[in-house]
Design a protein around this ligand. Structure first.
Ligand SMILES: [Mn+2]
Length: 498
């Protein structure tokens, strides 16, 4: 059986369910002013709706407006049986006939006692009666614009749903009992994945359940390393994984075992929480919450903590806030209003001193030296900048230098390289839409030696027989030849004569 919660893309599947998920439907009984306003409000939130009205002319008009409508008396059990109430998200009983509303409420409560119900009354006495009969919310006529009322009702319902969803998650985690839960994040986890995993671990610890955060790959970028170090995050880089060690397995920031995570394909998953677009049919777990409209999984996790009234400690608040900031590029892309409200909730709880240290981590002496070399040795050809920094120990410093030089006026593509023990390391950056730096570097240095994206790439060129050469000057000259010539010829420029 499939239980739908349909909360901004989030939903929940019971244990036995492996079939596909039908869209969650909201039923609106009575299509007067408030009924129509609710229909419009739900439509703007991409919800499926069905309207029921006794007036056949009205139903015809609704259908002409491409609305899903059904003609019938809402106080008639046979009419309501056509709605498949058990699979309905919420019912809005808002006809102007309060007696019919009362009958509809009674029938629905009998068939589906747990479905959420909003009912309409005309006075306080009716309101009390409907509440007693089981309505979750009763609305009275008001002077407010009807659109505002509809919006407030839908927000209220979403809030109740959100609390319910959080409680379901907590209940499921609780079943781990004395055992352990694995929280698996995607390979080479980023701050959003890590902070979300920390959030889930906190929910587990709130019900006394032990959980371990597991990952494969590495934590790249100096900001991410600073993030893990400064916040003292406990994570295991898993070598060998045995599903049997864990009572439940949660996947965070990815949704299918074996795809961008360390799990074997056939691993049985209990919990999936993610914000990446995915083929929902392929996601199989007891509890699934995927919301592609949200900017960060950390936002979803923050909502859970809020709904469960779990106090968010400083480290966790800082981590989640950083996760949201990174995934939304400081609220400049993929930002949903929910990301902003989650950030607003975390903001006073976070340690901003640590946050700014993560965002601008202190640099090592070597990386400052390399940056100095990169600046000093830069050569500019049009909008291209190439710099040879000489011998290096820390490869991260190359990427930092390439990033930094990209801020130079008139420069849209940078290439910084240095000599390691037995190879030449190259780091490229571009903000020119016409230059795909990943492709350029593959063309210049070979597909097996370079990789990256349109804006960011790296390459490693083995020195081969020359790696034994003691003479640094000769090696540097070789490196220069190998990198500059090939790069410039690929981008269609000759090597400058100097
Ligand atoms: Mn993310």
């Amino acid at each position: 059986m499939l239980l739908n919660i349909g909360y901004t893309g989030g939903f929940h599947i019971e244990e036995s369910a492996n079939d596909s998920k039908p869209a969650s439907i909201y039923a609106i009984l009575g299509s007067g002013g408030i009924g129509l306003a609710l229909a419009k409000e739900l439509e703007t939130r991409n919800k499926s709706i069905i309207l029921v009205d006794i007036d056949s002319a009205k139903v015809k008009t609704l259908k002409e407006q491409n609305l899903n409508a059904l003609q019938g008396d809402i106080g008639d059990a046979s009419v309501l049986s056509e709605l498949d109430i058990k699979n309905i998200e919420s019912v809005f009983i808002v006809s102007s006939d309060i007696e019919a509303n009362r009958k509809a409420l009674e029938i629905i409560k009998k068939v589906a006692p747990d479905v959420q119900i909003v009912a309409r009354a005309n006075n306080y006495q009716q309101k009390e009666e409907l509440e007693e009969a089981g309505a979750d919310l009763v609305v009275l006529p008001s002077n407010l614009p009807i659109k505002a009322i509809a919006s407030a009702i839908v927000q209220y319902i979403e809030r109740i749903t959100s609390v319910k969803l959080a409680q379901e998650l907590k209940k499921l985690i609780n079943t781990v009992g004395e055992g352990k839960m694995a929280i698996v994040v995607h390979d080479n986890p980023d701050p959003d994945a890590i902070s979300s995993a920390m959030g889930l671990k906190e929910i587990a610890s709130n019900v006394g359940v032990k959980a371990e955060i597991l990952y494969r790959g590495k934590i790249g970028h100096h900001e991410n390393k600073a993030f893990v170090n400064l916040l003292d995050i406990e994570m295991d880089r898993s070598k060998e994984f045995f599903a049997s060690d864990y009572k439940k397995i949660a996947l965070i920031e990815c949704s299918i075992p074996g795809i961008n995570n360390m799990l074997p394909h056939d691993t049985k998953i209990s919990i999936v929480i993610d914000h990446h677009q995915t083929n929902v049919q392929e996601v199989k777990a007891e509890y699934v919450d995927i919301r592609p409209n949200i900017g960060a999984t950390a936002t979803i996790m923050t909502k859970y903590l809020q709904e469960l009234e779990i106090p968010v400690k400083t480290e966790l608040a800082t981590a989640l806030l950083y996760g949201i900031k990174v995934d939304t590029s400081d609220f400049r892309r993929n930002t949903d209003p929910e990301d902003l409200t989650a950030a607003a909730y975390l903001y006073p709880l976070a340690n901003h001193d640590i946050l700014s240290r993560i965002e601008t981590p202190s640099r090592s002496t070597e990386s400052i030296d390399i940056l100095g070399e990169a600046i000093k040795n830069r050569r500019v050809k049009g909008s291209y900048l190439i710099s040879n920094v000489g011998t290096i120990g820390d490869r991260d410093a190359l990427a930092q230098a390439a990033d930094y030089l990209l801020t130079l006026e008139g420069i849209t593509t940078t290439l910084v390289f240095g000599l390691g023990e037995d190879r030449i390391y190259v780091s490229g950056r571009s903000r020119d839409d016409r230059v795909n730096i990943g492709k350029v570097m593959q063309d210049a240095f070979g597909e097996d030696k370079a990789g990256g994206h349109a804006t960011l790439a790296g390459a490693q060129i083995p020195l081969g027989v020359f790696s034994g050469t003691k003479d640094k000057q000769t090696l540097l000259k070789l490196a220069e030849e190998a990198v500059v010539k090939r790069f410039l010829s690929v981008v269609g420029m000759q090597k400058e004569t100097d």
